[in-house]
Design a protein around this ligand. Structure first.
Ligand SMILES: C[S@@+](CC[C@H](N)C(=O)[O-])C[C@H]1O[C@@H](n2cnc3c(N)ncnc32)[C@H](O)[C@@H]1O
Length: 220
Protein backbone atom coordinates (compact mmCIF):
# COMPACT_ATOMS: atom_id res chain seq x y z
CA UNK A 1 0.00 0.00 0.00
CA UNK A 2 0.99 3.65 -0.16
CA UNK A 3 2.15 4.13 3.42
CA UNK A 4 2.15 7.92 3.23
CA UNK A 5 -1.64 7.71 3.49
CA UNK A 6 -1.44 6.04 6.91
CA UNK A 7 -1.16 8.80 9.52
CA UNK A 8 -0.82 6.29 12.33
CA UNK A 9 2.24 4.67 10.68
CA UNK A 10 3.82 8.12 10.14
CA UNK A 11 3.18 9.06 13.79
CA UNK A 12 4.82 5.85 15.04
CA UNK A 13 7.81 6.33 12.74
CA UNK A 14 8.23 9.87 14.10
CA UNK A 15 8.04 8.64 17.71
CA UNK A 16 10.67 5.94 17.11
CA UNK A 17 12.97 8.25 15.14
CA UNK A 18 12.76 10.96 17.84
CA UNK A 19 13.58 8.41 20.54
CA UNK A 20 16.37 6.59 18.70
CA UNK A 21 17.80 9.00 16.06
CA UNK A 22 18.48 6.29 13.44
CA UNK A 23 21.64 6.50 11.36
CA UNK A 24 20.21 4.47 8.49
CA UNK A 25 16.73 3.35 7.36
CA UNK A 26 16.43 0.50 4.84
CA UNK A 27 13.27 -0.47 2.96
CA UNK A 28 12.23 -3.04 0.38
CA UNK A 29 9.55 -2.11 -2.16
CA UNK A 30 10.31 1.59 -2.63
CA UNK A 31 7.88 1.75 -5.58
CA UNK A 32 7.84 5.39 -6.82
CA UNK A 33 9.11 6.81 -3.54
CA UNK A 34 5.92 8.70 -2.79
CA UNK A 35 4.70 6.32 -0.05
CA UNK A 36 6.80 4.92 2.78
CA UNK A 37 10.02 6.53 1.45
CA UNK A 38 8.42 9.97 1.66
CA UNK A 39 7.19 9.24 5.20
CA UNK A 40 10.78 8.44 6.24
CA UNK A 41 12.31 11.38 4.35
CA UNK A 42 9.82 13.96 5.70
CA UNK A 43 10.22 12.67 9.25
CA UNK A 44 14.01 12.91 8.97
CA UNK A 45 13.82 16.44 7.53
CA UNK A 46 11.28 17.61 10.12
CA UNK A 47 13.41 16.20 12.95
CA UNK A 48 16.54 17.84 11.51
CA UNK A 49 18.41 14.51 11.43
CA UNK A 50 21.03 13.41 8.88
CA UNK A 51 19.69 9.83 8.68
CA UNK A 52 20.44 8.01 5.44
CA UNK A 53 17.62 6.22 3.55
CA UNK A 54 18.41 3.16 1.45
CA UNK A 55 15.64 1.77 -0.79
CA UNK A 56 15.42 -1.49 -2.75
CA UNK A 57 13.19 -1.64 -5.84
CA UNK A 58 13.22 -4.42 -8.44
CA UNK A 59 11.30 -2.60 -11.16
CA UNK A 60 13.61 -0.27 -13.14
CA UNK A 61 10.80 2.13 -14.05
CA UNK A 62 9.76 2.54 -10.41
CA UNK A 63 13.38 2.83 -9.24
CA UNK A 64 13.97 5.66 -11.73
CA UNK A 65 10.68 7.34 -10.75
CA UNK A 66 11.62 7.12 -7.06
CA UNK A 67 15.01 8.76 -7.71
CA UNK A 68 13.33 11.55 -9.69
CA UNK A 69 10.58 12.08 -7.10
CA UNK A 70 13.09 12.24 -4.26
CA UNK A 71 15.11 14.85 -6.16
CA UNK A 72 11.95 16.95 -6.73
CA UNK A 73 11.13 16.74 -3.01
CA UNK A 74 14.68 17.82 -2.17
CA UNK A 75 15.61 14.63 -0.29
CA UNK A 76 19.37 14.28 -0.69
CA UNK A 77 20.60 11.58 1.67
CA UNK A 78 18.90 8.72 -0.12
CA UNK A 79 20.07 5.86 -2.34
CA UNK A 80 17.68 3.70 -4.35
CA UNK A 81 19.14 0.34 -5.38
CA UNK A 82 17.56 -1.34 -8.39
CA UNK A 83 17.44 -5.10 -7.87
CA UNK A 84 15.90 -8.05 -6.08
CA UNK A 85 15.72 -8.06 -2.27
CA UNK A 86 16.24 -11.82 -1.95
CA UNK A 87 18.46 -14.25 -3.90
CA UNK A 88 17.33 -15.28 -7.38
CA UNK A 89 17.43 -18.93 -6.32
CA UNK A 90 14.93 -18.18 -3.52
CA UNK A 91 12.22 -16.94 -5.91
CA UNK A 92 9.28 -19.36 -5.70
CA UNK A 93 8.18 -21.23 -8.83
CA UNK A 94 4.70 -20.78 -10.28
CA UNK A 95 3.65 -24.07 -8.63
CA UNK A 96 5.01 -22.95 -5.26
CA UNK A 97 3.14 -19.62 -5.49
CA UNK A 98 -0.06 -21.48 -6.40
CA UNK A 99 0.35 -23.83 -3.41
CA UNK A 100 1.15 -20.95 -1.05
CA UNK A 101 -1.96 -18.99 -2.13
CA UNK A 102 -4.12 -22.11 -1.72
CA UNK A 103 -2.82 -22.51 1.83
CA UNK A 104 -3.62 -18.85 2.49
CA UNK A 105 -7.14 -19.32 1.03
CA UNK A 106 -7.78 -22.16 3.46
CA UNK A 107 -7.02 -19.71 6.28
CA UNK A 108 -9.12 -16.92 4.70
CA UNK A 109 -6.05 -14.70 4.34
CA UNK A 110 -6.59 -12.07 1.61
CA UNK A 111 -4.28 -11.42 -1.35
CA UNK A 112 -4.09 -8.52 -3.85
CA UNK A 113 -5.48 -10.08 -7.01
CA UNK A 114 -8.61 -11.95 -8.24
CA UNK A 115 -8.33 -15.79 -8.09
CA UNK A 116 -8.02 -16.35 -11.87
CA UNK A 117 -5.01 -14.05 -12.34
CA UNK A 118 -3.31 -13.89 -8.95
CA UNK A 119 -0.44 -16.33 -9.58
CA UNK A 120 0.53 -14.64 -12.86
CA UNK A 121 0.12 -11.19 -11.30
CA UNK A 122 2.51 -12.02 -8.46
CA UNK A 123 4.99 -13.71 -10.83
CA UNK A 124 4.87 -10.68 -13.17
CA UNK A 125 5.80 -8.30 -10.34
CA UNK A 126 9.37 -9.63 -10.64
CA UNK A 127 10.85 -8.61 -14.02
CA UNK A 128 12.72 -11.20 -16.12
CA UNK A 129 15.86 -9.07 -16.21
CA UNK A 130 17.19 -8.49 -12.71
CA UNK A 131 20.33 -6.36 -12.50
CA UNK A 132 21.37 -7.62 -9.08
CA UNK A 133 19.94 -9.79 -6.30
CA UNK A 134 20.28 -10.54 -2.57
CA UNK A 135 20.24 -6.79 -1.84
CA UNK A 136 18.46 -7.11 1.51
CA UNK A 137 21.15 -9.28 3.14
CA UNK A 138 23.96 -7.37 1.44
CA UNK A 139 22.67 -3.95 2.50
CA UNK A 140 21.87 -5.01 6.07
CA UNK A 141 25.49 -6.20 6.39
CA UNK A 142 26.91 -3.13 4.67
CA UNK A 143 24.70 -0.35 6.05
CA UNK A 144 23.73 -1.82 9.46
CA UNK A 145 20.30 -0.14 9.40
CA UNK A 146 18.53 0.82 12.62
CA UNK A 147 15.07 0.66 11.03
CA UNK A 148 13.97 -1.76 8.27
CA UNK A 149 10.62 -1.76 6.43
CA UNK A 150 9.64 -4.85 4.42
CA UNK A 151 7.02 -3.88 1.82
CA UNK A 152 7.65 -5.65 -1.49
CA UNK A 153 5.68 -8.38 -3.32
CA UNK A 154 2.88 -10.25 -1.54
CA UNK A 155 4.23 -13.72 -2.30
CA UNK A 156 7.74 -12.89 -1.00
CA UNK A 157 7.12 -11.12 2.30
CA UNK A 158 7.96 -14.11 4.47
CA UNK A 159 11.21 -14.76 2.54
CA UNK A 160 12.30 -11.16 3.17
CA UNK A 161 11.39 -11.50 6.84
CA UNK A 162 13.54 -14.65 7.17
CA UNK A 163 16.47 -13.01 5.35
CA UNK A 164 16.22 -9.98 7.65
CA UNK A 165 16.11 -12.00 10.87
CA UNK A 166 18.96 -14.27 9.72
CA UNK A 167 21.19 -11.33 8.75
CA UNK A 168 20.53 -9.18 11.83
CA UNK A 169 21.35 -12.22 14.00
CA UNK A 170 24.49 -12.97 11.96
CA UNK A 171 25.90 -9.45 12.40
CA UNK A 172 24.58 -9.06 15.97
CA UNK A 173 22.56 -5.93 15.14
CA UNK A 174 19.49 -4.62 17.00
CA UNK A 175 16.95 -2.88 14.78
CA UNK A 176 13.31 -1.95 14.41
CA UNK A 177 11.64 -4.18 11.81
CA UNK A 178 8.38 -2.93 10.25
CA UNK A 179 6.02 -5.15 8.24
CA UNK A 180 3.29 -3.79 5.98
CA UNK A 181 0.18 -5.94 5.33
CA UNK A 182 0.24 -8.24 8.36
CA UNK A 183 -3.34 -9.50 7.81
CA UNK A 184 -2.56 -10.40 4.20
CA UNK A 185 -0.54 -13.05 2.35
CA UNK A 186 2.45 -10.70 2.41
CA UNK A 187 3.24 -10.80 6.10
CA UNK A 188 0.71 -12.91 8.02
CA UNK A 189 3.33 -15.68 8.37
CA UNK A 190 6.03 -13.15 9.28
CA UNK A 191 3.81 -11.75 12.03
CA UNK A 192 3.17 -15.25 13.43
CA UNK A 193 6.91 -15.91 13.51
CA UNK A 194 7.63 -12.50 15.03
CA UNK A 195 5.20 -13.19 17.87
CA UNK A 196 6.79 -16.61 18.60
CA UNK A 197 10.40 -15.42 18.40
CA UNK A 198 11.72 -14.10 21.76
CA UNK A 199 14.22 -11.90 19.90
CA UNK A 200 11.29 -9.77 18.66
CA UNK A 201 9.28 -7.38 20.82
CA UNK A 202 6.19 -5.97 19.09
CA UNK A 203 6.38 -2.22 19.58
CA UNK A 204 3.24 -1.01 17.76
CA UNK A 205 0.58 -2.14 15.30
CA UNK A 206 -1.79 -0.17 13.10
CA UNK A 207 -5.16 -1.05 11.60
CA UNK A 208 -6.00 2.31 10.01
CA UNK A 209 -5.64 1.24 6.36
CA UNK A 210 -3.64 -1.92 5.63
CA UNK A 211 -2.51 -3.42 8.91
CA UNK A 212 1.17 -3.04 9.84
CA UNK A 213 3.45 -3.89 12.76
CA UNK A 214 6.72 -2.49 14.04
CA UNK A 215 8.88 -4.67 16.30
CA UNK A 216 12.25 -4.34 17.98
CA UNK A 217 14.75 -7.12 17.18
CA UNK A 218 17.49 -7.90 19.70
CA UNK A 219 19.94 -10.62 18.62
CA UNK A 220 20.41 -13.48 21.07
C1 LIG B 1 3.39 -2.60 -2.29
S1 LIG B 1 4.51 -1.80 -3.35
C2 LIG B 1 5.40 -0.80 -2.24
C3 LIG B 1 4.65 0.40 -1.76
C4 LIG B 1 5.52 1.46 -1.13
N1 LIG B 1 6.31 0.95 -0.03
C5 LIG B 1 4.65 2.61 -0.67
O1 LIG B 1 4.50 2.85 0.54
O2 LIG B 1 4.09 3.26 -1.57
C6 LIG B 1 5.65 -3.10 -3.70
C7 LIG B 1 6.87 -2.69 -4.52
O3 LIG B 1 7.86 -3.69 -4.32
C8 LIG B 1 8.53 -3.95 -5.53
N2 LIG B 1 9.06 -5.31 -5.37
C9 LIG B 1 8.36 -6.46 -5.39
N3 LIG B 1 9.14 -7.51 -5.08
C10 LIG B 1 10.39 -7.02 -4.86
C11 LIG B 1 11.62 -7.59 -4.49
N4 LIG B 1 11.72 -8.92 -4.25
N5 LIG B 1 12.71 -6.80 -4.35
C12 LIG B 1 12.58 -5.47 -4.56
N6 LIG B 1 11.43 -4.85 -4.91
C13 LIG B 1 10.34 -5.60 -5.05
C14 LIG B 1 7.46 -3.77 -6.60
O4 LIG B 1 8.04 -3.50 -7.86
C15 LIG B 1 6.66 -2.59 -6.02
O5 LIG B 1 7.13 -1.38 -6.51
Amino acid sequence: MNMSLDADFAANVRLIFEQTVPQTVLETGTYNGLGSTTVFARTIMNCGFSTKIVGIEVNPIYAAAARANMAVEGFANITIWEGLSIRRDELPTKEEVERFLQEMDALNIPCDHPPQTRVESYMREIPEKIVTDNLLRTLIEQEKPDFILLDSAGHLGYLEFNATTETLQKIGKSAFVALDDILHVKHCNSLDRMMEDPRYFIYSCGMERNAWAIARFEPS
